[in-house]
Design a protein around this ligand. Structure first.
Ligand SMILES: *Cc1c(COP(=O)(O)O)cnc(C)c1O
Length: 404
């Protein structure tokens, strides 16, 4: 491939920081992870952040913390990656899928009709890094008739007294909605630092706590650290301190803590995220938009509006009036020019698991299907050169039969 899809940015600065971590004598959760948590919290302007080994683990940890279980319903978009639904399944609850809007995100207007007395959590997803309509979603969970429907079953649910809004912000670190950064837009948000994401630690995730005053966020932070490490009251580092070996197990916790080796990558990436990464991604988005907006066939994805600024995660180009099969053929012609493209996402109701086990039918999600059938994701990453951007543009134009 002349243009790969999304290689991570790994340079000497990252390698040096990781080497330092390896040589420091402390490789699992320790000072670098704690520093990374503090820096993310400062970046997003939230009181506490818990780092974990993936966004999936982070989302599940929060569902478990909120006491989501069998008989409960969690509202999610149909247009997302499988992780959003699977974490709900792991808890024994039922994912309730909602159709998309034209901007690819969950339809905030359609959420209301899906709310029942069993609804415990809504998980909006900022697809491609473009924030959802959070004013609408946050207002919804506070509506008196919706709050009245809520039946609390745990201490946390009692305290909040309403549906929890848990953003799957896997794509959207650095995105802005009405002057607030992703991480601060809902009760709790979870970032992914998977290898293909904007900010990577190879694998990793972070939970941003932005809970209302009724919660002692510091206490919640501590309990999530314990929950992410087998319910152990002291982490390995504090146990190491002289005379501090004794600990208790307070619950059957999980094992999803972040390691210092990986936090080392994250510290470097976060430091230069606003100065290097976001401007570079914006520049690529603008180059694609400027090229494709000259032709009537394309639908340019929204990424900057009066209220929202994307994190420029993936460029979701759509081609007007084509079928899914025609889209696949166009992709094939792009691949033949050695340019890697992708599709984000196949709507979940199209996968056999959700179709056969949960009875989902893609016909109930016409906008998600329409968006998917016309969509081709173009490469966006730090090391993508101007020449490569031109190659991507040329390959798309050629594949759809446009003479420049
Ligand atoms: C990548 C992704 C996740 C999962 O992130 P991991 O860190 O790999 O667990 C969740 N939701 C969406 C929308 C994603 O794209």
């Amino acid at each position: 491939m002349k243009v790969p899809f999304s290689p991570p940015r790994i340079d000497d600065v990252v390698i040096k920081e990781v080497t330092d971590a390896l040589q420091s004598g402390w490789i699992t959760t320790g000072p670098r992870t704690k520093e990374f948590e503090k820096r993310i919290a400062a970046y997003c302007d939230v009181p506490h952040v818990v780092c974990v080994n993936s966004a999936s683990a982070g989302l599940e940890l929060i569902l478990r913390w909120y006491g989501v279980g069998p008989g409960d319903e969690v509202i999610i978009p149909a247009y997302t990656y499988a992780a959003t639904a699977n974490v709900v399944m792991h808890c024994g609850a039922t994912p309730i899928m909602i159709d998309a809007e034209d901007d690819f995100n969950i339809s905030a207007l359609k959420i209301k009709k899906a709310i029942t007395p069993k609804t415990k959590v809504i998980i909006p997803v900022d697809i491609a890094g473009f924030p959802c309509d959070y004013d609408l979603i946050n207002a919804l969970v506070h509506e008196p008739e919706i709050q009245k429907m809520f039946i609390p079953a745990t201490e946390e649910q009692e305290k909040l007294g309403r549906i929890l809004v848990l953003a799957d912000a896997a794509h959207s670190i650095g995105a802005v909605y009405k002057d607030k950064k992703s991480g601060k837009l809902t009760d709790i948000s979870v970032f992914s630092f998977h290898a293909v994401k904007n900010l990577t630690t190879a694998e990793g995730g972070a939970i941003c706590l932005n809970l209302p005053q009724v919660f002692d966020t510091e206490e919640v932070y501590k309990s999530l650290c314990i929950k992410s490490l087998h319910g152990q009251t002291k982490d390995a580092l504090s146990k190491m301190q002289i005379g501090n070996w004794k600990y208790d197990i307070v619950e059957a916790g999980y094992k999803c803590n972040m390691t210092d080796v990986l936090a080392a990558i994250g510290l470097v990436e976060l430091e230069r995220y606003e100065t290097d990464m976001l401007p570079k991604r914006k520049q690529i988005f603008d180059a694609y938009s400027n090229a494709f907006k000259q032709y009537d066939q394309f639908i340019i994805p929204p990424y900057e509006t009066r209220e929202k600024i994307s994190s420029y995660h993936v460029y979701l180009l759509r081609i007007k009036n084509i079928s899914e099969a025609e889209r696949d053929e166009i992709m094939q012609r792009i691949f033949e020019q050695e340019v890697a493209v992708n599709v984000h996402f196949v709507p979940l109701p199209m996968f056999s698991f959700y179709k056969e086990n949960l009875g989902y039918d893609i016909h109930d999600y016409p906008i998600a299907y329409k968006n998917y059938a016309a969509e081709i994701s173009l490469p966006v990453y730090y090391d993508l050169s101007d020449e490569q951007v031109e190659m991507v543009i040329d390959s798309v134009l050629k594949a759809v039969g446009i003479q420049k």
